[in-house]
Design a protein around this ligand. Sequence first.
Ligand SMILES: [Zn+2]
Length: 65
Amino acid sequence: MITCPVCGQRTVGKVGADQYFCWDCCVEFIMSGQSFKVFDVELDGTLTLHDDPMQNAVNLEVQKG
Ligand SMILES: [Zn+2]
């Protein structure tokens, strides 16, 4: 079961091979193994990287080693 990495809900639709869309917070995300990238969908349909505080926390952990 795919859940949204941002809100944790299951209102997720598949839009590509490894690409999903969350209807709850209107973000797209791409799953690759255990990692994922989250994108905001702009009004004109373009994707911009979603600034997720949880991902920043993970990056800090990685930097600490
Ligand atoms: Zn969501």
